[in-house]
Design a protein around this ligand. Structure first.
Ligand SMILES: [Fe+2]
Ligand SMILES: [Fe+2]
Ligand SMILES: [Fe+2]
Ligand SMILES: [Fe+2]
Length: 400
């Protein structure tokens, strides 16, 4: 059954505003809910934060007072949606627990997108990035065991493995090597535009999260690890945002944003196991259909083109959270030693990379290495959770 969001009727904008009682949603159960429900909540929060921030940027570049008012009206609803979505997270979860879930989102969402992406250059960008967030999960899992005396497998529920990826200290690249080449908006598949927006938004919220929660820790190693990985998330935002064609007009970008919101709410509505959360996805989808209609009207009027010429005629297959263990293992076995040079990839270290490495590490071990050393000293071994056997890279089988 195909679903064309441009042909569907949503909730009129003047009926989308919610009162305090409606905004006060029940959070998901921290102990008994599906870990992938939490992943969908986190991913969708990233999308709503991007919707709000994008609309602010648009407004700051928009001289037309009527369009500014229209943007403000829709944006206020996006802000309410963000509140509802992010407030589904339970207050009981610690910051580190939520951090593990953020990295699980980065691993399983990026791996899924990499599997589905039709363009080989874009696919490579996702395959490259996923091995880094996979390693972050492992570093944070060791911190979690050390300072909270708990195991990450309880959080990721064995759906995602926890073991070394591309070592975090090697993620610090020269900034110019984080800039990829964009897709061409006139020839790329519509699904590729949606993928790029989704992963960019997810990485952006991770960057924002670490930059704010990092200093709330008292333990020096925790403060340091959030600094280090927070900087890498900045690199990831640079990496993914540069995939988007900068030649898209503001109207086209708005259209793509609203279309992507429809796509993700529809996807999550189709795949959600928690009925209360599913009801939120369904309600928000019906709001987004109206946002999309408004964006399409603006696009027709100001861009002068037909929206159908830019977005997909019907929604692609739903974005699905599911284990990607074998896929990630295959990438570990083949791409672990990749780094970037210019807009491409190489397996050898190059001068610009080595120079940046020397400057940032200053001849010392970075926090991402210290956290493993410290946990080994404290727990007698490092923390891993390998459900599918030995590490695919011999040199990372390590001391168990
Ligand atoms: Fe939204
Ligand atoms: Fe990460
Ligand atoms: Fe990341
Ligand atoms: Fe929206």
């Amino acid at each position: 059954m195909t679903f064309n969001p441009l042909q569907e009727r949503g909730i009129p904008l003047d009926r989308q505003l919610r009162n305090w009682r409606e905004l006060n949603v029940d959070p998901i159960d921290p102990d008994h809910s599906d870990p992938y429900t939490r992943c969908r909540v986190i991913a969708m929060n990233g999308i709503e934060v991007e919707a709000v921030m994008f609309s602010h940027q648009f407004a700051r570049h928009c001289p037309d007072p009527l369009v500014k008012q229209q943007l403000a009206e829709v944006r206020y609803i996006e802000a309410q949606q963000q509140k509802v979505v992010n407030w589904l997270l339970p207050g009981l979860a610690s910051v580190l627990e939520t951090t593990l879930a953020y990295e699980q989102v980065a691993v399983d969402l990026t791996a899924w997108v990499a599997r589905m992406e039709p363009d080989p250059y874009l696919k490579q960008a996702y395959q490259f990035g996923v091995l880094e967030d996979f390693d972050h999960l492992y570093r944070y899992a060791n911190l979690f065991e050390m300072i909270e005396h708990r195991k990450a497998e309880k959080i990721v529920d064995g759906l995602t493995e926890v073991m070394p990826g591309r070592p975090t200290y090697l993620h610090h690249r020269h900034p110019i090597d984080n800039v990829r080449a964009p897709y061409d908006r006139s020839v790329t598949e519509p699904i590729s535009k949606l993928h790029a927006l989704t992963i960019m938004a997810a990485e952006q919220q991770t960057m924002n999260f670490y930059m704010n929660v990092g200093p709330t820790y008292m333990e020096p190693i925790a403060r340091q690890l959030y600094q280090e990985i927070g900087l890498i998330e900045e690199e990831h935002v640079t990496h993914y945002e540069s995939l988007v064609d900068p030649g898209e007009t503001w109207w086209e970008m708005l259209l793509n944003h609203e279309y992507n919101e429809c796509y993700l709410y529809h996807s999550f509505m189709e795949t959600e196991s928690d009925p209360k959360v599913k009801a939120v996805w369904e309600l928000h989808l019906n709001m987004e259909l109206e946002h999309l209609r408004i964006a399409a009207e603006l696009f027709k009027r100001h861009d002068g083109r037909d929206p159908e010429a830019v977005v997909a005629p019907y929604l692609p297959a739903p974005v699905t959270f599911e284990p990607n263990k074998e896929y990630v293992r295959e990438l570990l076995a083949t791409q672990i030693d990749y780094t970037t040079i210019g807009t491409g990839y190489v397996q050898e270290m190059h001068e610009r990379f080595e120079k940046l490495q020397a400057s940032i590490h200053g001849g010392e071990k970075p926090p991402s290495e210290l956290v493993i050393d410290e946990n080994r000293a404290k727990s007698g071994r490092e923390y891993r959770h390998q459900t599918e056997g030995e590490h695919p890279v011999a040199s990372l089988r390590g001391i168990r």
